[in-house]
Design a protein around this ligand. Structure first.
Ligand code: ZN
Length: 409
């Protein structure tokens, strides 16, 4: 039996667990130290630390305090790890807890978090997904079922002091260009809700005031939300502090490329079985400044996709120059309008794109002035045919349940 290095109590607040933290800072003490070659198990809260319930109301999504996230398990020290090394992490297996076989997907209110399509879906909404072994279904979204490509949305090593200062400086610079924007341009440090793990007293207060929020992906990896970083993957992380300080969380049972719904994929609590290794001076040896990884040998086996194209012309008809963000948004909106023809609500279609293993591709970035992005929708996740035909779309969804909606703030 591998050692259970970090345990969590699903019924307790993550703030009571000192093997958990929700900011990045080099002074957060290691909760355990392992040797290269060791394998061990780490338990994780869902990214909100249990704030979202398995019920039919989206008020918890609407009202969440987003400065509390993400609750990460760690940091874990690795003997001999030094700045400049590569930490080799094998994700041997990942699973949900048998007593909590469900996850959630939602969209934040535009006034509290927003999301990729927040102009189109400005209110908080939520769907619950049941986990049945490899598969998932939702009582809020009929006639879809798919296997999970289970992965940690967030994993990485502690930053050095100078790297942390760089993050805070450049992100504050962006915020300063439009400080009152809703939703904000970036998430600055917030001491009030910081959980600094085993750092206590005055040192904790100082670090909390400058600890980087866990929202964006950065040089160390962090909140990359890559669906293909699934069980069976091997990741190579840059090391910035002695010991490395590996932390992880934000487990997803499944996610579409882009995690476009932001709250989020199919979010779950669970466990990861890992093995760690080291490549001394690996950053310089391989010119690695962001993590690289080898994906799992096991992936859901879809043969048929319907692929939606999008170009960098926005909803108002305005031309943008090679903007893949605009182009991917159009591909997603095209897929949503298409699925509505089968009877899905817009929110159900949006949720499917956020949760199912849809692929997003940057297909063209040189054909001025339009970028082309594509969204690959696996057709086998539906229990009816979604191919276009001369007969027109069948009304597959006629009334019935919908994604839960919370009244405006
Ligand atoms: Zn997530």
């Amino acid at each position: 039996m591998p050692t259970k290095l970090i345990k969590i109590d699903l019924d307790a607040s993550p703030y009571e667990n000192d093997s958990v933290h929700n900011r990045w800072h080099p002074d957060i003490p290691m909760v355990a130290t392992v040797k290269p070659g060791d394998d061990f198990i780490v338990e994780c809260f869902d990214w909100t630390g249990g704030a979202i319930k398995n019920d039919d109301s989206a008020e918890d999504v609407r009202d969440i305090d987003l400065t509390t996230v993400h609750f990460l398990s760690g940091p874990i020290g690795v003997e001999g790890a030094e700045p400049g090394d590569l930490l080799v992490v094998d994700l041997l297996d990942i699973g949900a807890f048998q007593e909590k076989l469900w996850g959630f997907n939602g969209f934040f209110s535009k006034k509290n978090g927003g999301g990729f399509l927040t102009e189109h879906f400005p209110l908080a909404q939520k769907s619950i997904w049941d986990i049945e072994g490899l598969f998932t279904t939702s009582r809020h979204i009929p006639r879809v079922r798919f296997p999970g490509l289970i992965h940690p949305g967030l994993i990485g090593c502690l930053p050095s002091k100078s790297m942390l200062e760089t993050w805070n400086r450049r992100e504050q610079g962006l915020i300063d260009t439009n400080p009152t924007r809703v939703p904000p341009l970036a998430a600055p440090p917030c001491a009030k809700t910081a959980h600094m793990g085993r750092l206590k007293g005055e040192a904790a207060a100082t670090a909390a005031a400058e600890g980087a929020r866990t929202v964006p992906p950065r040089e160390h990896g962090g909140n990359c939300d890559i669906k293909d970083l699934s069980r069976g993957s091997r990741i190579f992380f840059p090391v910035y502090v002695p010991g490395g300080g590996l932390s992880m969380g934000d487990l997803h049972f499944s996610q579409g490329d882009g995690e476009i719904t932001f709250c989020g994929a199919i979010e779950m609590a669970g466990w990861i079985h890992l093995r760690v290794g080291l490549i001394k001076d690996g950053m310089a040896k391989y010119a690695i400044r962001n993590p690289v990884f080898k994906p799992s040998p096991i992936t859901p086996n879809f043969n048929d996709y319907l692929i939606f194209e999008g170009i960098s012309v926005d909803e108002a008809g305005t031309q943008h120059y090679l903007d893949v963000h605009v182009a991917y948004r159009q591909a997603c909106l095209n897929a949503i309008e298409y699925l509505k023809k089968f009877g899905y609500s817009g929110a159900q279609a949006y949720s499917i794109l956020g949760t199912a293993p849809v692929q997003g591709h940057i297909s063209g970035v040189v054909d001025i002035p339009n970028a082309c992005a594509t969204l690959y929708l696996p057709m086998e996740i539906f229990d009816f045919d979604i191919m276009p035909s001369a007969a027109g779309p069948i009304k597959a969804i006629a009334g019935g349940p919908d994604v839960c909606l919370a009244p405006d703030l």
